[in-house]
Design a protein around this ligand. Sequence first.
Ligand SMILES: Cc1cc2nc3c(=O)[nH]c(=O)nc-3n(C[C@H](O)[C@H](O)[C@H](O)COP(=O)(O)O)c2cc1C
Length: 192
Amino acid sequence: MTAQRLVVGITGASGAVYGLRLLRRARALGVQTHLVTSPAGVLSAHHELGLDRKALEAEADFCYAPGDVGACVASGSFDAAAMVIAPCSMKTLAAVAHGLSDNLLTRAADVMLKERRRLVLMVRETPFNLAHLRNMTAVTEMGGIVFPPLPAFYLRPASIDEMVDDTVERVLALLQVSGAQARAWQGLRVSS
Ligand SMILES: Cc1cc2nc3c(=O)[nH]c(=O)nc-3n(C[C@H](O)[C@H](O)[C@H](O)COP(=O)(O)O)c2cc1C
């Protein structure tokens, strides 16, 4: 990443742990994080991780209220090379797909697309309806990257933590964070 600055959004989809571990890993890699957590994101983090807004925000370098549309990350002049929404709800996906910048999180994502910077959406829902699929297509057409956090079983993760960390590392590598090292597939050894 040119500037080691990352905007992170956490929304109310299941999988708050992805946002949490991503913030921790980014910090370990020396990346400055700017966090926006939606109210539903706080609800989900509390339900799934037992963390309140304060505890979650302590994992980031800078935090903003979702209603603070005047914050620095709302502008293309702010030098952040990339943004990830981890996890990304279908509601936020829809807002991003339609350029609906109704809060700071969706505005920051809109900025990434308009500035042609990297935007990764860790979308989570199952199964998908046609609106979800169309919205993912629209975001992809605009240059965003749709990255559902699906486990790579071929890496044989030994625990859920390892599974989550493998996914987080791949996302950080995709965001071009220097030092991120996604575990590489070494190929199958087939005995003949
Ligand atoms: C426990 C819980 C789990 C949820 N899981 C998902 C999910 O996996 N995907 C999703 O799109 N919405 C999920 N939702 C619904 C979203 O939180 C809801 O649509 C919310 O309005 C999203 O708002 P946000 O995008 O501003 O965070 C869940 C809600 C709750 C309470």
